[in-house]
Write a protein that binds this ligand. Sequence first.
Ligand SMILES: [Zn+2]
Length: 54
Amino acid sequence: MGKGTPSRRGGKIVHIRCRRCGSHSFHRQHEVCSSCGFGDTARRRSYSWAKLKR
Ligand SMILES: [Zn+2]
C-alpha cells in the first residue's frame, strides 16, 4: 500500500470460521456471525436483499 487509502485491520483477526454456517464471518469479539447471525439470533439470519444475485 502506497500513499492514499491506508489499509485498516493491521493484521488483526476479526472474523473466524463460523461453526454454524462455515463462513469466515464469525466476529471474534462480538461473537456474532455476520453471515448467518450465529450468536445473535437463534434463527438463521436471512434477508431478502441478501440473496439477490443479478
Ligand atoms: Zn455463520
